[in-house]
Structures are given as structure tokens and as C-alpha cells.
Design a protein around this ligand. Sequence first.
Ligand code: MCN
Length: 782
Amino acid sequence: MAKLHGARIKRQEDPRLITGNGNFTDDIKLPGMVHARVLRSPYAHAKILSIDVTQALEHPGVLAVYTGKDVNPEMQPVPTSWVVPGCNIKPKPRMPLAEEKVHYAGEGVAFVVAEDRYIAKDALEKIKVEYEELPAVTHQEDALKEGAPIIHEDVEGNLAFDWQPAEIEDEIFEQAEVVVKQRFYEQRVVPNPMETRGAVAQYNSGGGEMTIWCTSQNPHIHRMVYSEVLGIPESKLRIVAPDVGGGFGAKIGVYTEEALAGYAAKHLKRPVKWIEERSEHFLATNHARDEVIEVELAGNKDGTLTALRVVNTANMGAYLSTMGAGVPTIDFGLMITGAYDIPKAAVRTYGVYTNTTPTDAYRGAGKPEATFQIERAIDLFAHEIGMDVLEIRRKNLVKKEAFPYTNAMGLNYDSGNYQLSLEKALEMANYEELREEQKRLAAEGRLMGIGFSTYVELCGLGPSKVAGAIGFQGGLWENSTVRVHPSGKVAVYTGASPHGQGVKTTFAQVVGEKFGIPIEDIEVYSGDTGSIAMGWGTYGSRTTAVGGGALAIAADRVVDKAKKIAAHELETSPEDIELKDGVFQVKGVPGRQRTFQEIAKSANMAWDLPEGMEPALEAQSFFDPENFVYPFGTHICVVEVDKDTGKVELKRYIAVDDVGRVINPTIVEGQVHGGLAQGIGQALWEGTVYSENGQLLSGTFMDYTMPQADFFPEFETAYTETPSPVNPLGAKGVGETGTTASTPAVVNAVMDALRSYGIKDLEMPLTPEKVWAAMQNRRELV
Ligand code: MCN
């Protein structure tokens, strides 16, 4: 049988999806179902003086209009799930509906339920809310200033937390031969998955059971929290993530609307559907990034880097969202030294409340920001000492022999060969020739730039004890169950909750390889707390390393049991049985064998099992890895900047990634492509703009540039394979590598193109207008 692990197999999930047979939340239609809409605050900061729902209630077809006064006493607030210890964190419980005050434009004020969604929308206009507008603050640095509007009365200075895990002596910087200082701003972006959020809630008033179908990346986490919020025991609450049209981190969060749908379903004894509109999504679903990052990088004139000190002032929005305090900021802090052997490092992170939509994880979550600042700083350092940006990387990248390598923040990088991916990328780019071309074009007055990103990323979240130590209110292990039916067909259940990543294919490949059966014989189930043992979901590129680790262990357990049954039937010992191409056979005795399907039948019929053995062929594993995994690679971007318009043209993009052992190269490539689109999108086009009084000005696709396929060149991708020692598959995550690596590669390339103008840095996104204006303001130095 051909090898499945490592094979380019088409995604098994696609025929359903591309023929319109998917089943997304909005496809769910239940008898008697009614529809909900949220009335949202038009102000970023205001007192609610009164709410009059009389007219809305009289509107034909309206069943209920709930305000904070109705629902808040009966529900619990939605908490943050990351209570970072030792940083004086002040999480603000988020009530289902705002009652006294609104804290950002888009915060829910009332929840209308009607016979159809259009009636519900019309009724919103009939709710009369009297507000007293208050001064608003949207930028984190302004929010920290004395006299700034206070968002939550009991949070002094709007400081949500102050995390400083390590300090560094000033003398190191004072005495260093070279210190490069730079302030970067990682602009705010909106994740914008193709499917917005939504929920359908159904309640059985006889037994008290509730089912909520919703757009979730982690249904078990949603069950855990909504159980508290709604006061329904976990044993009676079922959360189902049906097909989910992308999440990119935005569907990790626990929000209020899904819980309100549950509340309304319980009160009205009718199923309730709430589906977010795109313009609502811009306001109501978590945003991301929005970090002011101040970097000091110290070293010697020969290019040796000695110390790094970083201050991150992060805009958390009006509330600390589910992962908000942890993933984007803590992961950032732990990864500031990137792929370089910098002996000393320190970080301080201020989490700041503002009158904006809360921020949370978005593809990469902390690692793109960490990679951005170090990759940009290292270029600036090289320029400062007159060294080539490639040479400074060669000099400081962690050496192959150093693994497992502990970085200055105490993280232990599992495995790596950074030089190999760098050399491969240089070869693919034909680097020497590129630099020659750059000179030729410069002589013609054209601006070509080449940018590097030699990155490493933390993912595969990751040991539960670490999660506990840094305040995550959950575990980070994963569950997989392998059930062999009497026919020998196999069902795999995973606590991860894929939503576009192709895991139904890759997990089937893993199991098919272990059992020697075709992947068509294997079904992978996910996303339903009713049928799947506890698990923690899909985010942090953890499904393969952690869920896949559990899967490999569970599959091995099945094989062990099956071998015992085969040995019993073939009258030999299990050690003498080998499994090859789906056949258990006695070593060295051709013909003495049982097929996988025969053993499946024997195990399930249980007519003649070994003494004391339980029937059935099923195993599960709850795998808690000993460490995170650290994928890495080298990306090279080639751009040309138009002198007359400032437009950046992407000429080439080379990505060499190492994600450990690859299960499916086609899927890995697809993941890299998607990640690149988002990382490059941040560098060049995407960006959220608030007005001074907190109105989201970039709240539609007319104002917020979503990258399109024709914005990009053909990506040139390749990979090296350095197995991870911390999971049985040797796999690292790939879901976020493209996003993490690409933003600084593009910005470094543009800055390289603009060097002759003396331009050192520009804030993203590098729009034509910004680049053109910068060129006009500088004298060309050539
Ligand atoms: N894979 C592989 N070999 C490896 C590593 C991964 O074949 N060595 C395969 C996996 O088995 C899986 C895919 O690549 O089919 C991604 O796996 P992994 O890196 O484990 O990431 P997760 O499945 O945990 O997905 C999460 C990750 C994250 S954090 C974001 S954000 C993201 C992403 O995946 N959001 C996505 N990719 C996305 N893709 C789509 N289509 N939609 C999203 O919302």
C-alpha cells in the first residue's frame, strides 16, 4: 500500500463544501425557529439614561425585546479566560447586555427576537435609547495619559494589567557598542473569516437540555463558559460547531450573543437563531494586534547581538476578551528574541482598556508581533553597523547543535536547523542574482527591495502545566478516540475543532498509515460536545501536534489490542505478530494471517477473545505534550516600489518553512498560502481606523482592504523537515507560519527599496499614499 503519511492527498472535506452540501450554522433550520438581532450602541462611550422598548414590542411579529435589566440578573457575565498571574490584572466581567454605560461603539444594548430576521431588524429601529455621550479614547497611549477618559470606574488609569516577567540592567545598554531603538506600531486588524459569527439555540423545557449550534473553534470551552453564563449544567448543555467557515482566532472567543440566543430560547420555548451581519462583525467580533512596540537592541560593531529590551503597550479594547490578556501579549513576550541567540532579554507589557472593540487572538497571536519587531530591529541594527542583513542573520541564528535551545525568556525550543531553511531559501531566490538585478534597476532609477524573515514560532499549545502557570483557565492537552466498527471501517473523534484546516484528511492519513487501510474507510468527527470527550479545540496551530499526538497514541493502542486478538486466533504470541498493509501476520510464516477487517469483526463479535479481554476495538488518548513545538523557516520577499505613485508591487515571495514531519504537503502549502495572504495583507493593505470619538471608520469592505487573490504573485514554497521530539508524529504546526513570517519580510523589502531615501521605518499598512508621502519628504541620497 502506498504511504499515506506525507502523501499529497486531496482534501476529503472539499466535495461536500464545493458542491454546496456543507452545513453551516445559518443552514440550520428548526421547526418553530425565530430570529434575533442585537441593538448596538452608536457611541463609543456613553451613559445609558433610559431604554424604551414599548414600540418595538408592539411591532407585529416581535416576540420579545430584552435589555440588560431583563437578562443580566438571570445570567452570569462572560469572563476572560486568561488571568495572568503577578501582573495586577483587572479583568472586567462582560455583562450580556450593557446596562448603565456603553464602552465601545457596537456594544450590545438590546436583544430582539421576532418571527423573521427582517422583522427583528425593523424592530431595532423602534427601540428608543437615551444616551449621554462621554469623551472616548481609542489609542492605548492616550488612554494611559493623565486625565484620559476612564473606561471602567474601578480601573485606575485604564491599565488592565502590567506584565514584567524579566528585567535587564541599564548598564548593558549604556555600555553596548551599538544600540538600535525603534518604535513600531502593529496596527489593528479585523480577522474577517468568510463566515461571520452565529448561533442557533434550542431548549427542551421538559428535561432542561439545551443545544447551541455555533461558529466555534473550541466547543468544549464554549460549553464550559456558557454553562456558567446560562446556569445550565455542562451535562445538559451541548455545543455543536457544524461546518465553520474560517475563524482565524476570532471564533475562539466566548461572546455574549450566543449566550443570549440560549437565554431567549429558554424563555420563549422556541429555537432562536442569531446570525451576525458583516458590518456587525466589524464591530462585534474581536479585533487583533494594535500594539505599540518599543524595542532596544544592543550589540557589537561586529554584529554580535547581546541584549534586547521591549515594551509593548497593547490595546485590549473595552474588555479583556477570552484569550486577550494571554495569547497575543504573553506569547509575544516569550518570543521576542525570535530565532536568534541573544543572551539577555526583557519585556514589559501594558494591557490597556480603550473605547474600542476588544482585541484577541488572530492568526499567529503574539508571534507575528514578536517576529515583526525582531526581524525589523535586526535589519536596522545591520544598517547601523554597515553589515549585510543576511550576514547578521547568519551570525546570530541559533546553531543547529544548540537544540533543544533555551531562549533568554526561558522557553525551550524543541528542535531546529535554521541554517538549512535559510540556505534553501537563498538557493530558491537565487539571491546573488537578485542583488545584481537590484543594482541594475537602481542604475535605471528603479526601486527594488529584498526583505528577509528568518523566523521561529511557538505553537502546538501545549503543556497544560505551562498553561496553568501563565493563568489560562483551561487545559492544553487534547483528546482523540479511535473506534473500529465491526466492518473494519473506522471513526475518529477529536476534541480539536477544525474549521477549514483539512484535518479530516490529515487525521485519516495518520490512522490509515497506522492500520494499513485506505482513508476512504476512515471518518473524522469533531465539533460536538455531545459525542466527543473533553478537548480544548483548534487554535495556536495545536491540532496536529497535540490532537494528532493523541491520535497516534490511540491508534497504536488499537493496534496493540488487535495484535493480541490476532495472536490468540493464530495461536502465537503478540510479539510474533506484525501489521503490514492492513494484514496481521505471523512473522516469517506467510499465509498465517488475519486482515484488519477480520480482527475488527472478531473484537466486536467477541465470540472468542483472549482470556480476560474486553470486547470491541476502540482506544482513546488524552495527550498532554511535554512542550510546545517551534516551527521555523526563512521567507524572502522581493518588491518594487513605484517612484511616482508609491505603490508596492510584490514581485516574488519565497517561503521555506519547517513544520516538522509533514502529513500532507498539499494541505501544508495551502495553509502557508492562506497565512501569507493575511501576513502580507497586514504589511500592505489592512488596517482599522477609528475616529477620535471612537467611531469605526473602516467598518465595511469598502473601507477596509481585504487582500484578493490577484494582489499576490505566485508563492514559491518549499519545506525542510526537522522532526519535533515532543509528540509521536514529530509534527509542528503550520497554521500560522505564513502570517508570522511574512509581515516583516514584506516591510523589510520595502524599506530595502527605500534605503536610498534614508527612510528607516514606516507604519503599516504601507499604502501607496504613505510610501509616496514619505518619499516626497526625504531627499534621495544616491
Ligand atoms: N499539517 C500537516 N503536517 C504538519 C502540520 C500540519 O499536514 N506537520 C496539516 C494539519 O494536519 C492540518 C493543517 O496542516 O490539516 C493545519 O494544522 P495545524 O498547524 O496543526 O493547525 P490547526 O489545525 O491547529 O489550525 C489552527 C491554525 C490557526 S491557529 C489559525 S488562526 C488558522 C489556521 O490554522 N485558521 C484557519 N488555518 C486556517 N485555515 C482555514 N482554512 N481557516 C482558518 O480559520
